[in-house]
Write a protein that binds this ligand. Structure first.
Ligand code: GRF
Length: 189
């Protein structure tokens, strides 16, 4: 089974997933795609020896580039791990229930365009939430709206800074994301 990861930033989840499947019998990460040629995820892929490709907005929206690459690769799962662009309808249609995203909050709250990074944790803190968490969901043509696959929660206190909340959420991501992906890929046989 092959996974292709899409990321726009640091790529700590990308590294965690690559490492988790590093010695796996049935699952491998075949490539990482990024829309930021300065993203640290590129450094991580170099170190981990996983092919990483950069593409710009034109290439992403021009279905003859990224779309054709993904069709040719025909991955079993396309995984968004901190990828900040909406997925074009053609791609959603071409890979039904095969595009998965992780969001650092308990959707449907704190989701949607612009809700990413510390903005999410600031909003959670602002609203005095006593818990937050992660949502792993299928991707459709709107931000953070597809069917929810898995959620995990963590308690937070009013004293927690957004950075401390982010740390608690990242810990959940590292613990849950690879296992959820493994279940999706191997459960479907
Ligand atoms: C993660 O918090 C993830 O939930 C969100 O973007 C962040 C990516 O972090 N979608 P990293 O690039 O994997 O470190």
């Amino acid at each position: 089974k092959r996974i292709i990861l899409l990321a726009s930033g640091s790529g700590s989840n990308v590294e965690n997933i690559i490492t988790y499947f590093g010695k796996h019998e049935q699952v491998a990460v075949s490539a990482v795609l990024t829309n930021k040629n300065t993203a640290y995820v590129l450094e991580r892929c170099k170190k981990l020896k996983v092919p990483a490709l950069y593409f710009n907005k034109t290439a992403f929206l021009d279905t003859s580039v990224v779309f054709d690459f993904l069709i040719a690769q025909n991955p079993d799962l396309i995984v968004l791990a901190g990828f900040l662009w909406k997925i074009p309808q053609e791609l959603v249609t071409a890979f039904p229930n095969k595009i998965v995203n992780i969001h650092p909050a308990l959707l449907p709250k704190y989701g949607g365009k612009g809700m990413y990074g510390t903005k999410v944790h600031e909003a959670v803190k602002e609203n005095g939430e006593t818990e937050t968490g992660i949502t792993i969901h299928y991707v459709n043509e709107n931000y953070d709206e597809g069917g929810i696959i898995h959620q995990a929660k963590t308690n937070i206190s009013p004293h927690d800074t957004p950075e401390q909340i982010a740390e608690k959420v990242h810990a959940l991501e590292y613990e849950h994301f690879p296992k959820v992906l493994e279940n999706i890929l191997l459960k479907n046989g």
